[in-house]
Design a protein around this ligand. Structure first.
Ligand SMILES: [Zn+2]
Length: 263
């Protein structure tokens, strides 16, 4: 009985975990794909500011620091709103909270003159860019004006046992953890196989264009995961390719952004 109680408690804690954007695997795979597509010069300059670490090392940094007093002002930056036409505009910005586009555009503006900034300013704004390009490509982090996103679903684990989940964490973590046991490098190696011309086409445009593309591609999430739906293998067979496509796009776009700033 005691054992059962502990088990129940653990699963309750697990299922109501914080909502933090792509889990570690998602963010780090995006950064790994980006790293593979950085120019030598950009990679070297960036790593100098990151204390010798790679961009992969800091991919999840913003989630780890968003609740600290020093970085509490970034807590609202992890999602990106779109209007009924699935576009971002300045009217959607809540100035008290900010959002991913706001955070990303401000960081880019600062990094455009990185040589005139202090090393620590460059480092922290790099961490913002690395993370926010990832978050704005996560289906659950695009805030649709036209869809309610706050509901639960029943998600099957690898033993086909259904657990109640906030739909948000299914997209953030569960699809990846149920389907992929690869390391970040192995997954990046599998996803980063497009010809150069395709990579360039994906990475063209601005962060606002990328968000629109992400919002269009991910709107199908509301068809696939309706409130209280039971989501099993059929769902995974559609959802995982969407997740992988978003991760790949985010990786190529992050690489182009960083090459543009640091090469
Ligand atoms: Zn985040």
């Amino acid at each position: 009985m005691k054992k059962l109680l502990i088990l129940l408690l653990c699963s309750a804690l697990f299922h109501s975990g914080p909502v933090f954007g792509w889990g570690r695997e998602g963010h780090e795979t995006i950064a790994k794909i980006a790293e593979r597509n950085l120019t030598k010069r950009a990679k070297k300059r960036i790593e100098k500011y990151l204390g010798g670490h790679s961009i992969v090392y800091y991919a999840k940094w913003m989630d780890e620091y968003r609740k600290t007093p020093e970085y509490a002002f970034t807590d609202g930056w992890h999602t990106a709103p779109v209007d009924a036409r699935l576009h971002y505009s300045d009217e959607l910005l809540n100035p008290k909270r900010g959002n991913a586009i706001y955070g990303l555009e401000s960081a880019i503006r600062i990094l455009e003159n990185y040589r005139e900034q202090s090393d620590s300013t460059v480092a922290v704004n790099l961490k913002y860019v690395i993370h926010l390009v990832g978050d704005m490509h996560c289906p659950a982090h695009i805030k649709y004006a036209t869809h309610d996103m706050k509901y639960d679903v029943l998600f099957e684990d690898k033993y086909r046992k259904a657990h109640k989940f906030y739909v948000h964490s299914v997209w953030d973590n569960e699809i990846i953890t149920v389907s992929r046991i690869w390391s970040v490098s192995e997954w990046a190696d599998e996803l980063d196989r497009l010809p150069k011309s395709d990579k360039q086409a994906i990475a063209a445009g601005t962060p606002r264009d990328w968000l629109h593309d992400a919002a269009v591609c991910c709107e199908v999430q509301f068809e696939w995961a309706k409130p209280d739906a039971r989501l099993g293998q059929d769902f995974l067979n559609k959802a995982l390719p969407l997740v992988e496509s978003q991760i790949r796009k985010a990786g190529y776009r992050l690489a182009r952004l960083l090459n543009g700033l640091f090469d």
